[in-house]
Design a protein. Sequence first.
Length: 171
Amino acid sequence: MFVGARPVASRIRDVSLVILLLRLTHWCAAASLADFTKCISANGKLTVCQLDPGTYQIGSTLFVSRSNITIKGTIVTSRGDTILRRAPGFQDPLLRDVYSPTGAPTSGAITLRDLTIDGNRAQNVAAYASYSPEVNFFSTKSILVTNCDFINSPNTSLALYGAGTGGRRGQ
């Protein structure tokens, strides 16, 4: 029987839980579009850049300017809870990595997860060839796309290019 104190094992579990929660809040925090854009930029610090649930009209390209990050939406009930939607009349990519004019790889790994990418075809009615893919990756060596929907594209939703990936040729 313990009088006035909880068992040591119980206190250790409580401390471990607090440490885990502190790590998770530093590891990833849901963010507004402005905070999310900063997170995926070259000056971002977190390994996971998470966007708050909602629908975001994208009218200028979001550039992923660093390596080894996860770009994710927030799921409340489904991956449709966080949507990046092409703004009417916007023809450039919604999301893309940066690439070097020399062809050198610029990113090691990017994970894209728990998002819906909406090309908004109903409000983008120009000739299909005038639209860039919603998501472009040019020079990232490793890309993982998981639990994402690509819908309503006026052209192509996801494009993977081989520029600067440093792979072996002719084998």
